[in-house]
Design a protein around this ligand. Structure first.
Ligand SMILES: NC(=O)c1ccc[n+]([C@@H]2O[C@H](COP(=O)([O-])OP(=O)(O)OC[C@H]3O[C@@H](n4cnc5c(N)ncnc54)[C@H](O)[C@@H]3O)[C@@H](O)[C@H]2O)c1
Length: 267
């Protein structure tokens, strides 16, 4: 029997890579996104897939999406709450609060909605796995605008909190915290210009992190499909960092001189 997976924000970047990896594992994949053209194209390419128009701000649209999945397949094995934007940014003293709700609804509340409706199905089935795409920005400051950081921290804590409730029903829920991944989200554009823009950003990443390159969306997708699979059958409530070593600590060459002088062999 095909396993059934649903990926929000599945038309681009990490979501699209995850959809491809699910398909490669023999899953049927539902792709939910606001980017209809890209999402439909990907579903067509994958074959065992269906695109669902989904704005993750709208609970009614989630309800419609899950109703469609249950109508066609009658079950859901993997739910990936992946859709997000960078959202409102700027210094705290002049943060435009009128953009706060919109940002929070897409980055954080969407994860609550996707989890709520997936959990209803999975608790009845007594099986299933939910994966929430958070960020290293949700673990510490300095990697994103303030509101994005706060929302992703909420996603991490929400995940562990809900894990406690779902475990008894045989449902697992985990988060993945990506570092710098080469996707359109960094470029401010969704069309083909992102490729040119990301090339410049890639150059900057070389000097800034232990593994001197950006990650690829597939490298996050691999973590997501592993957490969603039975191979991770004893893992729940976890936040899996996939970041090329970014969170491991300050790189040696970025340490202050007095530290480097203590260990001259490493200089
Ligand atoms: N790229 C990175 O470096 C990085 C790092 C950490 C976390 N993340 C997280 O990874 C996830 C995927 O982002 P990505 O890097 O692949 O970016 P992306 O821009 O390529 O993909 C995001 C997708 O979400 C969709 N989306 C946005 N708003 C939506 C809405 N209201 N309803 C439905 N879909 C919507 C977009 O259309 C797009 O397809 C996000 O949660 C992001 O915060 C990315």
């Amino acid at each position: 029997m095909n396993r059934i997976a649903f990926v929000t924000g599945g038309a681009s970047g990490i979501g699209a890579a995850t959809a491809r990896l699910f398909k490669a594992q023999g899953c049927f994949v539902y792709i939910g996104d606001v980017q209809g053209d890209k999402g439909r194209e990907l579903a067509h390419e994958l074959g065992d897939a269906e695109f669902i128009d989904l704005n993750v701000r709208e609970e009614a649209q989630f309800e419609r999406a899950f109703a469609r999945i249950m109508e066609r397949h009658g079950r859901l094995d993997a739910m990936v709450n992946n859709a997000a934007i960078v959202g409102v940014m700027g210094p705290i003293a002049s943060l435009p609060l009128e953009q706060y709700d919109y940002s929070q609804e897409i980055i954080q509340r969407s994860v609550v909605l996707g989890t709520k409706h997936a959990a209803r199905i999975m608790q009845t089935q007594k099986s299933g796995s939910i994966v929430n795409v958070a960020s290293v920005a949700g673990l510490t400051g300095g990697y994103s605008p303030h509101v994005y950081a706060a929302c992703k921290a909420a996603v991490v804590n929400f995940t562990s909190s809900v894990a406690l409730e779902l475990a008894e029903d045989g449902v697992r829920i985990n988060a993945v915290c990506p570092g710098n991944i080469a996707t359109p989200i960094h470029t401010g554009v969704k069309d083909a210009r992102w490729i040119e823009r990301i090339a410049k950003i890639r150059e900057g990443a070389v000097d800034d992190q232990p593994m001197p390159r950006m990650g690829e969306p597939e490298e996050i997708g691999e973590a997501v499909v592993w957490l969603a699979s039975d191979a991770a059958s004893y893992v729940t409530g976890h936040a899996l960092v996939v970041d090329g070593g970014l969170m491991a600590g300050r790189m040696w060459r970025k340490q202050p001189p007095f530290i480097r002088e203590l260990h001259p062999a490493r200089v």
